[in-house]
Design a protein around this ligand. Sequence first.
Ligand code: FAD
Length: 570
Amino acid sequence: MDYMLPAKEVDYYVSPTCLLALIRLYESTSLQASTVLLLLITIFMLMGFPLHLLLLFVHSAICSSGQTFPYMTSDVQQVSGRFFDYIVVGGGTAGCPLAATLSEKFSVLLVERGGSPYGDPFILESKQYGFSLLQTDEYTSVAQSFVSKDGVSNLRGRVLGGSSALNGGFYSRASEDFVAKVGWDIGGVTDAYEWVESRIISKPDLTHWSYVAAFSFLEAGIFPYNGFSLEHIQGTKIGGSLFDEQGRRHLSADLLQAGNPSNITVLLNATLNNVIFHTNCTRDEKIARGIRFIKSDGSSNRTYEAYLNQPDNSSSWGDVILAAGALGSPQILLLSGIGPQEHLNKFEVPLVLDLKGVGEGMRDNPGIAILADSRPQNRTPEPPKVAGIADDFKIIIEAGILPISFNATVIPIAAKIAFPESVGKLELNSTDPRANPSVTFNYLSSKKDRAQCVKLGQLLERVVRSESIAFFLGSNEHQNKLMSTKDELRKLCKKNVRTFYHYHGGCTMGSVVDKSYRVYGVKGLKVIDGSTFLESPGTNPMATLLMLGRYQGIKILQDRKDASFINPRT
Ligand SMILES: Cc1cc2nc3c(=O)[nH]c(=O)nc-3n(C[C@H](O)[C@H](O)[C@H](O)COP(=O)(O)OP(=O)(O)OC[C@H]3O[C@@H](n4cnc5c(N)ncnc54)[C@H](O)[C@@H]3O)c2cc1C
């Protein structure tokens, strides 16, 4: 069996990210569009870039660029020194619905380190799915790559919309068991899911490959067939999708339009350095007062600040809410002086609170993948639309068509362990907020996970040997091979363990935040995103993170229904 991961092949192709970077450069300069485009076309033609692809790209860039909203800015001066009722850090999957909901009643600042997704065909078009993941750079690409200390390559979103701007868009709710375990109210959760779904989720258009994937899962014994369902149920199902019938991605950033635009300010291309605290001397309490941030392009070391409104006649005011994801939120807490004291001392970060749980409980669902066809082809990329939920919910399997370069695709059939025992941790690498923190997931360090991985391998082998895949490919190289022994599978798991991109933890509920998502030991600071999860919910986490932003936003509105509001000081 060929367990190779789709390798990151870089061929003659000139980086699409590079093209986009140049177009963004144009957006931030006063050059005329026509001059820049002419220059671009000339440069890339001279470099041998295929003309038809270049024209297609330029066309989509022109058609969609300039779509922006009045509440978005990249001008730090417009925000510096201002006061807001709430400050949400991270315009990602949970952050956007949260900010939109809070803006119904309060003034909200949403700070995002990346730029706008609107205008980027590699983000927005289903047939270009995966291109945004191919080439990454240290500080500007929409996908930021990182390699965990285990040696496994991984990705995180760096753009408004967060990881919902680059992911497979597969949408599946959490189970009622999960909702009960976390202690959410099922009525509120259902309302929040529906709010999200009515705005950005579609029933996907099924392609030839989607049918083949569904049939191959059934052939491998993943029963029953549940058709289209948003629920987390055993068997083979078609899930919801961020991509609509026209193949256009909707993302969490679209949800901002459901808020009150006159109450939201979205600051793009600004990276949070740290939360600012002040001390209430009479009670010896640390209270979040605002944030300190820098420009993401690193063009200067200058820092800027924005603050929370604190009405003189009220003891109740808003919060700084971190929604920077499973890597971003623990990193920000550490840079703000909240975390294990010894670790903070090493980086000379002044201590605010010795909170041991920050950075602990990092988990990633280990997975393995088998290429259905080991020779790359030139198919249209396709995000996964079908999931197999097997072995009493313990195994999730999916299959899309992924580009490995601009003109080559592979079909990895990938499965993940839904509830890994193995756990790792996150620590600072440096005090630069733009740099990746250091993460260890300790993949398959638990015996139970290793045994589960063998089961994953057996299931995947049954899928790739199916008649359905043989029919789709015209022949099936896997059918002539013997099934691997358990020992062979153990070795393959160890060698080929990969991510499903569903990593979570770092600010887990019970050790860093309480049931209301408040950070223990300080006031005015919450974390609402995937870093709070003890386990990844549902088949895939995105649905629950979108829901969580809305659900917690509504909770805050309800808790503060008597609050006076919109009282900006500047
Ligand atoms: C390649 C890939 C494919 C995936 N496929 C699927 C799928 O098909 N279905 C599914 O359900 N899940 C999928 N996932 C997982 C899912 O997308 C994530 O679990 C989820 O989006 C995480 O949401 P979040 O709100 O916790 O973080 P994010 O959505 O990552 O948001 C965090 C945001 O915070 C910003 N940020 C971080 N640090 C700072 C800072 N210091 N200052 C300012 N801003 C900051 C980031 O730029 C980002 O926008 C995939 C993930 C990836 C990477």
